[in-house]
Design a protein around this ligand. Structure first.
Ligand code: PHE
Ligand code: ZN
Length: 884
């Protein structure tokens, strides 16, 4: 490699800024290929000047500088220095005004960072470092300023002009143009700046806050799509009310705007009072959105709204603190969704996704702490660890402090830090101080990467009537962290008696009134024994109830004990977990037998336990659906020493068939009993019935070989569906079955929804997820389909991402074709959108988990990527760390 390699920056090197920017006055003259930006910055030195002036170094990226003036005096080339990092003024005065004019090309901005054009709409994305692609600036989150923004644009093409804060004035000017002026009274970092200009329709509503503020709510979308914004608006209002009730946090302006765009690198963005969304997380109606889409909209709308306090009013000091706002805000949106829907079902789904995405990350070459120590490209750190493990860390604080104690900590955090840019330590300090507790050891969750492993053993002493549980903790080494110190792990547990009732538990040395049916133990030492006294003979041990800590547990439990917990545990999550672990034991054993060529029958106790769930009418259907669904292929892979995707797939298919064969009557009854009762509603109860019915249908389809009518039945279900959830469920099953029915349904789906980009994404994804052997060939052909474009992140994720991250069986084809495809697509995408290219790379980095043949091919694909000239820092960082 001839080019200089990108360098890492380190958390320990943080220094406060040398200059403050108090106010920012922006003027945009919008033209797609040549937009002029004038910025007037009021700047003051942050240091006393006894040691002389320090240079002012403003960030800039892909900017054309037109002019720069200091206190009105135009600077000449000798007065400043320009390089590829930005603009430097060697010794400015202690307080001054800087006028900068730049020219940018939004139409050519395929990275979708900074100001870009999406379907004729101008929009911005400034997190993390996009503002420097608009003007020269101290583009770091600890520089907070108030913004005034003037937007000038063609009136016919861009009738809607939006920015943060309040609209100050709007008027027409000569040349068919018009002008809008916005002012945001709240100081904010540059990453929260936003601007939108376009021809957009709007759904308007109102919300009155607890203290009587009347807020106008607007959701802007493409014309003709207003009717699909009703659910998002409803979610927004529910989120606003919930944050008042749960956290006492009220909205702080008279206007709250959301804009949905079709080209967006992530899910959505919390710009102050002007959230910009990937339209996938706004648009919904029963025809085009599944129950999962509705749930996603609820979560993301709430998440971005909640950022107004945890992110905007109180922001991050530097990007190493990203989880300060993201982990906390994910925690908040999870609590919201749990209150809106079923708490245990939400927990189950979050744990499934944590295990599918975060645990592998934590076990691989890209493992990093919740508060990282270094990075090359911050865009690579919007990870499952920062978001989801970060949320687990916050959740554990709530488990330790209780909901009231946690609320006290939140109140103190807001009281201390409103208007500031702070750190994860500041957050933990507020929690500790408000509750008078020491979180010193607990804070290792922020600094140590890796998923802790708990080995648990229990034994009952009949004579003493005592139960001893011994817990050993170990955190595996991760890059840069060979040795770990013991963590503070809140472990929720209980003991069940023969009737399935919780035994009241009291630790040796505690008084009798400490006894409780379930306990949260503080696991803090490398090895620790908890001795419970006055315990009658227990039947089963239940640990990590509610997934109280994000750890892997090893606990030797037989099938009978797991089946007992599946039927009786008082904690719904633990009932589900017992089933998952039971199934995992069976699948791992069967995978090993397949490798040796000698499969033996599955333990019938598992199938029987599934049957009991199907027949238990007292269960919530949404819970039953989760409880009978087998663990995913990824999760089984995580538990195997050397991943064998084919053995895993065959083992899982065999267990599905065994269930279908033994429980056919129950499954048919569930399918019939949960048929759509009337017009579609997206509420959790109705969604739960659909989920249960579709899991049951999935089992029945697993026996396609025995029941030759399966494809016809699925095609009929596809045709009869009156909503996208049922339609997709049938089609998902059908794409795994080769035959004319599959093609008929795929063609029908395409023709029906050809004009709906979001639905065509589903069509692309389904084909990429197919278990059929020719899937890669079909995916490759679809790259040339008119509906596909490398410039559109949603298309890339739907087709390429679904194949590389969602289809382990075909992606890991032994001939390496999946890896070669991945490398080719990465190299094609990197010059267009490096952020998205880098985010898709993770599966290649898991090579250590595979056999020697696949390892060599995966590493070769990574090496080929790294050898390419002009690689972005984004892809360079992921590929080089993956090979290390
Ligand atoms: N901050 C956004 C969120 O989580 C995510 C995001 C990051 C969006 C970077 C765009 C760019 O809500
Ligand atoms: Zn967020």
């Amino acid at each position: 490699m001839t080019e200089p390699q990108p360098t890492a920056i380190h958390r320990q090197d943080y220094t406060p800024p040398d200059y403050r920017i108090e106010t920012v006055d922006l003027e945009f003259d919008l033209e797609p290929s040549s937009t002029r930006v004038k910025a007037r910055l009021a700047i003051t030195a942050a240091h006393d000047r006894s040691g002389g002036a320090r240079p002012l170094v403003l960030h800039g990226d892909a900017l054309e500088l037109v002019s720069v003036a200091l206190d009105g005096r135009v600077l000449g080339a000798g007065d400043y220095r320009l390089d590829d990092k930005g603009l430097t003024i060697a010794a400015p005065p202690p307080a001054f005004t800087l006028d900068i004019e730049t020219r940018i090309d939004p139409a050519a901005n395929t990275q979708l960072s900074g100001l870009y054009v999406s379907s004729n709409v101008f929009c911005t994305q400034c997190e993390a470092e996009g503002f420097r692609r608009i003007t020269y600036f101290l583009d770091r989150p600890d520089v907070m300023a108030t913004y005034r923004t003037t937007i000038r644009a063609d009136r016919a093409a861009y009738p809607v002009l939006l920015s943060n804060g309040n609209l100050v004035e709007q008027r027409q000017v000569e040349g068919g143009r018009h002008v809008a002026v916005w002012h945001d009274p709240f100081p904010k970092p540059s990453y929260l700046f936003a601007l939108v200009a376009g021809d957009l329709a709007c759904n308007e509503d109102r919300f009155t806050t607890r203290s009587g503020r009347d807020v106008t709510l607007r959701i802007f979308v493409e014309h003709g799509k207003q009717a699909r914004t009703g659910y998002a608006m409803d979610c927004l209002k529910r989120a606003m009310r919930w944050d008042e009730e749960r956290f006492g946090l009220e909205y702080d302006l008279d206007l709250f705007n959301i804009v949905a765009v079709s080209d967006f690198n992530m899910g959505a963005m919390e710009n102050k009072s002007l959230n910009v969304f990937n339209d996938k997380y706004i648009l919904a109606d029963p025809e085009i959105a599944t129950d999962a889409d509705y749930a996603g909209i609820e979560t993301v709308v709430a998440h971005e709204y909640f950022h107004n306090w945890t992110g905007d009013r109180i922001t991050c000091r530097d990007w190493f603190q990203l989880s300060l706002k993201e982990g906390l805000t994910v925690f908040r949106d999870r609590e919201f969704s749990s209150d809106m829907r079923s708490r245990p079902v939400k927990r189950i789904q979050d744990v499934r996704s944590l295990r599918a995405r975060q645990f592998p990350e934590d076990a691989g070459p890209l493992a990093h702490p919740v508060r990282p120590d270094s990075y090359i490209e911050i865009n690579n750190f919007y990870t499952a660890t920062i978001y989801d493990k970060g949320a687990e860390v916050i959740g554990m604080m709530q488990a330790i402090l209780g909901q009231d104690g946690f609320r006290k900590g939140m109140d103190l955090y807001v009281q201390r830090h409103d208007g500031q840019a702070v750190t994860c330590d500041d957050f933990a300090a507020a929690m500790a101080d408000a509750n008078g507790v020491d979180l010193g050891q607990f804070k290792r969750w922020y600094s140590q990467a890796g998923t802790p492993e708990l080995a648990i053993e229990g034994s009952y002493d009949t004579r003493a009537g005592a139960y001893e549980m011994t817990v050993t903790q170990r955190c595996p080494p991760t890059p840069g962290q060979p040795d770990k110190a013991p963590m503070h792990i809140p472990l929720a547990m209980g003991l069940l008696d023969a009737q399935g009732q919780d035994i009241r538990l009291r630790l040796d040395g505690e008084t009798a009134d400490a006894a409780a049916p379930g306990r949260v133990l503080a696991v803090t030492a490398p090895r620790q024994t908890f001795r419970f006294v006055n315990v009658p003979q227990p039947k089963a041990l239940s640990v990590n109830r509610g997934f109280s800590a994000p750890v892997n547990v090893t606990l030797a439990q037989g099938g009978a004990e797991r089946a007992f917990l599946m039927a009786h545990d008082s904690d719904a999550f633990a009932r589900w977990e017992a089933g998952q672990q039971f199934a995992t034991d069976l699948l791992l054993r069967r995978a090993g037998e397949i490798q040796r060529g000698a499969p033996t029958p599955f333990d019938p106790a598992f199938v029987e336990a599934v049957g009991q769930i199907l027949r238990d009418e007292s269960l919530e259907p949404a819970f039953a659906a989760e409880a009978i669904a087998l663990p995913g292929e990824d999760y089984i892979a995580e538990r195997m020493d050397i991943v064998d995707v084919e053995a895993i797939h065959s083992a899982r298919e065999a267990l599905r068939q065994a269930i279908a064969t033994s429980l056919r009557a129950d499954l048919e009854r569930i399918v019939a009993a949960n048929a759509s009762p009337g017009p579609y509603t997206p509420d959790a109860a109705a969604a739960g019935r659909r989920a249960l019915r579709n899991v049951a249908l999935g089992y029945l389809a697993a026996s396609a070989a025995e029941a030759p009518g399966t494809a016809d039945r699925l095609l009929a279900a596809y045709r009869a569906a009156d909503n996208m959830t049922d339609r997709m469920a049938a089609l998902r099953l059908l794409v795994d079955l080769d035959g004319p029915q599959r093609q008929a349904a795929l063609d029908d789906f395409h023709d029906r929804f050809r004009d709906d980009a979001l639905v065509i994404d589903k069509w692309l994804a389904l084909q990429a997820l197919s278990a059929l052997p020719d899937t890669l060939a079909r995916v490759t052909a679809l790259l040339g389909h008119p509906a596909f474009a490398l410039e559109k992140p949603n298309k890339v994720r739907a087709l390429i991402g679904s194949f590389t991250a969602g289809n382990p069986l075909r992606y890991h084809a032994a001939d390496g074709s999946g890896y070669a495809f991945h490398a080719d697509r990465t190299l094609a995408l990197d010059p267009i959108n490096p952020q998205v290219a880098a985010r898709l790379l993770a599966p290649l980095g898991r090579w250590q988990r595979f056999d020697a043949g696949r390892q060599a091919k995966m590493k070769a694909a990574l090496a080929r990527i790294l050898a390419a000239p002009k690689l972005s820092p984004d892809v360079y960082e992921i590929a080089s760390k993956s090979l290390a």
